[in-house]
Design a protein around this ligand. Structure first.
Ligand SMILES: [Mn+2]
Length: 311
């Protein structure tokens, strides 16, 4: 029986994929982005053939992928392939509704109060394992943007900077229980650190500030290089006194939304994306004007104010 892992490529995703590889015999691991979920599920199904398992971690299915996912799940049922899915992003209700008819074939655990790799570790009862707890600490540090360790920042930047081959190389090091391989440290010092920090400063210098009629302050970072992490731009902007209610980071292939107290996942979900309350994204969406008018319409309906939360 073949077992395939599909996981996100960031630290939480890599940690989840690592724990799955440590806990079971895995024939193949695919690292994926949110938009590529259906493509990799399809590849996994073709690769397995008949009878097997697909384990997914740290990836949230998008409402616009529903039809594609539904036909893939039907194929998985026909081929006796069972799916296990761990995630910590908010899933749209339409996804849960679609999954009902597949309840014998798909097992999922979605808990926005933690990270996906923590759910995986708990499933395999590995949270007390020394190496696993270090891995989880790193993933928490990245996902909650605590930045307590320089190692977190190094990995976050390296994983964004170099793309797929380096992400697989990182996974390989993690599976070999090496969280700080020399190749990564050298690459970071030689090629990433300075250029990355310059790019963040440059993105901040080109930002636009908009204040809506109701007084909502929105900062837009236009055309940001995809290698720059949205949390880092926002974090450094805030440190420099650029304070806003909502931050919009516009990438060549999508938009990221950040806020300290407004539920931006509400905005993202309505426009075909998703995420968390204070960090969400809309893959493939770039139309700032319609995004702004949508935010204003929510604000006028007082939806955004109702979403304001205190932590
Ligand atoms: Mn992730």
């Amino acid at each position: 029986m073949k077992r395939i892992v599909i996981s996100h490529w960031d630290l939480d995703g890599l940690a989840g994929a690592t724990i799955l590889n440590m806990s079971m015999k895995v024939s193949k691991t695919y690292l994926s982005s949110i938009t590529a979920i259906p493509r990799y599920i399809n590849m996994a199904i073709q690769n397995i053939g008949v009878k097997g398992e697909i384990w997914i971690s740290d990836l949230n299915p998008q409402p616009n992928q529903i039809n594609e996912l539904k036909s893939l799940l039907k194929e998985a049922v026909d081929r006796k392939i069972k799916i296990y899915w761990f995630d910590h992003h908010e899933w749209d209700k339409s996804i849960y509704d679609m999954l009902i008819e597949f309840k014998d074939n798909i097992w999922y655990r979605v808990d926005p109060n933690t990270i996906a790799s923590d759910l995986v570790a708990r499933y395999f009862d590995l949270t007390d394992d020394n190496y696993v707890s270090k891995l989880l600490e790193l993933a928490f540090d990245d996902d909650y943007f605590l930045n307590r360790y320089e190692l977190t920042i190094m990995w976050r930047r390296i994983l964004r900077w170099y793309g797929w081959p380096i992400r697989y190389k990182a996974l390989d090091s993690f599976i070999k229980r090496n969280l700080k391989p020399i190749w990564m440290v050298e690459l970071y010092k030689r090629e990433v650190k300075n250029i990355y920090e310059n790019m963040i400063r440059e993105a901040i210098s080109r930002s636009d500030t908009i204040i809506t009629r109701q007084g909502l302050k929105i900062v837009i970072f236009q055309d940001v290089d995809p290698r720059i992490h949205p949390g880092e731009v926002t974090y450094i902007a805030k440190t420099n006194g650029l304070i806003a209610d909502i931050y919009i980071i516009r990438y060549p292939r999508g938009i990221s939304l950040r806020s300290d107290y407004i539920d931006v996942s509400l905005i993202a979900r309505k426009l075909g994306g998703g995420g968390h309350r204070n960090a969400a994204g809309i893959p493939g969406f770039r139309d700032i004007n319609s995004l702004l008018s949508f935010i204003v319409s929510l604000e006028e309906k007082r939806k955004l104010r109702e979403s304001i939360y205190l932590q």
